[in-house]
Design a protein around this ligand. Structure first.
Ligand code: KIV
Ligand code: ZN
Length: 511
């Protein structure tokens, strides 16, 4: 293996999905996995199959379809869990089983109630069991950064002897400082005698905002697999942001002398997709993928940029796939110009999808003078949602104001193509809208937990994107909708969320 190649391990679909409120359905996971394959990640951690039937199904489908990346499943260090996890991933061209077990005294004493000898035995037995199925086995010593280094050395030596091909050193609670984490990595190379038989991996969390710094420090000191997520999403404050690590390695090749197999021009698209499907907005100042990451505002900077872009820009926005042109389309733009713009943005739609998207574009261009790339992205995302809907919004009529009682009349098209209408009053137009929809799609115990509106572009005529999260039986479902009218967008988002609840209930009933 090339000693300067870093293996990029993406855990957006596992650790990323563990972020509070970030659940994805099976089709969404598959869509993200396809995009991760285009991005060129070496390993896709597709899920934790023993924890949910949805994860099991998603891993099975991803394993079947995605052929060029390694497909990895996470499992507890329990023999039966390993057997079950293998069933989910065994269809993959390149499967990997990833076993996790805690190593720190604080976890051993308070959580597992086991001593160190028992941990070593459980770890080795688990690796040996996984090895019966699969040659590619990763072992993670959870909470490694708070574990006594001597025990990490002993544990890693034992699991490598048992057959682990990758050993992962997580900073599970985001506690380590870059210097300390570096010392831990150096110690592993120095004190684990068989370390040359395994790839050393790192997995850092961002509780103190140091996940990327710690990961880069470890790579500098010899780790050759890095784990992280797109947009840095994940448990609590999230994981190391993969796009930041990848671009740091690329931009500072002179410092790291390392490379990855990533097609960096796919970064922006991957980030947008993950944000769109998880409903987690990317903060504007986020490195690499934030809306302001390549925007210059001060006169001094703009002057420098006009004279020579390198004065204030260390990366070419094109290298991460940020759409280069500020070209806008409008009312007079024809189908040809629209198709070309779609292609430049990386979309390839079916003839039918294209006709629908073009019709939606024309409708928007009638309401809005300039149609930008973000508007087009929003139109395509909205179309994708609508074609998959069970219930669809047909009509909405709302009255509101500071005197009257907010009232909404809604017509939906039900799955059997029946037209269903109802009306409700509420504390405001959105409340009335949701109540009218509730009267048609009758799901008991639904609780709306989050409602966000944001405009896609500047300007009073902008498309509004609404995100709604609802809770049903303790599970969160996310719905999205877009329209130039935010009440219509809210209705679409609420219907979208309820459709997800309906779909999940149907899947559960089938099992
Ligand atoms: O943070 C962590 O320790 C993990 C392990 C499963 C690698 O997510
Ligand atoms: Zn983690």
């Amino acid at each position: 293996m090339d000693k300067d190649k870093v293996i990029v391990f993406d855990t957006t679909l596992r650790d990323g999905e563990q972020a509070a409120g970030g659940s994805l359905n099976v089709q969404e996971k598959l869509e993200i996995a396809r995009q991760l394959q285009k991005l060129g990640v070496d390993v896709i951690e597709a899920g934790f199959p023993v924890t949910s039937p949805g994860d099991f199904e998603a891993v099975t489908l991803i394993a079947k379809e995605i052929r060029s990346s390694i497909i990895c499943v996470l499992t507890h260090a329990v023999l039966d869990a390993i057997d079950q996890s293998w069933k989910a991933v065994k269809g993959a061209e390149n499967p990997r089983i990833h076993i996790v077990l805690s190593s720190s005294d604080i976890h051993l004493f308070y959580q597992l109630r086991k001593n160190r000898d028992e941990i070593v035995k459980m770890s080795c037995d688990s690796v040996a069991r996984a090895k019966k199925y699969c040659s590619d086995v990763e072992f993670s010593a959870m909470d490694a950064s708070r574990t006594e280094p001597e025990f990490i050395h002993r544990l890693l030596k034992a699991v490598i002897d048992a057959g682990a091909t990758t050993v992962n050193i997580p900073d599970t609670v985001g506690y380590a400082m870059p210097d300390q984490f570096g010392t831990l990595i150096k110690g592993v190379f120095k004190n684990v005698p068989n370390i040359d038989r395994a790839v050393v991996s790192v997995h850092c969390h961002d509780d103190l905002g140091l996940a990327v710094a710690n990961s880069l420090q470890a790579l500098k000191l010899g780790a050759r697999q890095v784990e992280g997520t797109i947009n840095g999403i994940g448990e609590r404050a999230g994981n190391a942001s993969l796009e930041e690590i990848i671009m740091a390695l690329k931009t500072r090749q002179d410092f790291f002398h390392l490379n990855t197999g990533i097609d960096t021009t796919q970064i922006y698209k991957t980030s947008r997709l993950v944000s769109e499907l998880t409903g987690f907005a990317v903060q504007p100042n986020k490195a690499i993928v934030g809306a302001n990451a390549f925007r210059h505002s001060s006169g001094l900077h703009i002057d420098g940029m006009i004279k020579m872009s390198k004065t204030f820009e260390i990366m070419d926005p094109k290298s991460v796939g940020v759409p280069s042109s500020s070209l806008v389309l409008g009312k007079t733009s024809g189908r040809h110009a629209f198709v070309e713009r779609l292609a430049e943005l990386g979309y390839s739609l079916s003839d039918e999808g294209l006709s629908r998207a073009f019709a939606a574009f024309k409708e928007l261009a009638d309401k809005k003078k300039d149609v930008t790339d973000r508007d087009i992205e929003s139109l395509v995302a909205e179309d994708k949602r609508l074609t998959a809907e069970t219930y669809r919004l047909d009509r909405i009529q709302v009255t509101c104001g500071d005197r009257g009682i907010p009232t909404a009349a809604i017509t939906l098209i039900a799955p059997d193509s029946k037209i269903k209408s109802d009306a409700a009053i509420g504390t405001g137009p959105v409340d009335a809208t949701c109540k009218a929809i509730d009267k048609i799609i009758k799901i008991p115990g639904i609780k709306l937990t989050e409602f966000t509106v944001k405009s896609v572009t500047e300007g009073i005529d902008a498309i509004g994107e609404v995100l709604i999260r609802v809770e049903s039986n303790g599970i969160t479902y996310t719905g999205r909708g877009a329209d130039t009218d935010i009440i219509v967008a809210s209705a679409k988002a609420y219907v979208n969320a309820l459709n997800r609840v309906v779909a999940a209930r149907k899947t559960k009933a089938k099992k």
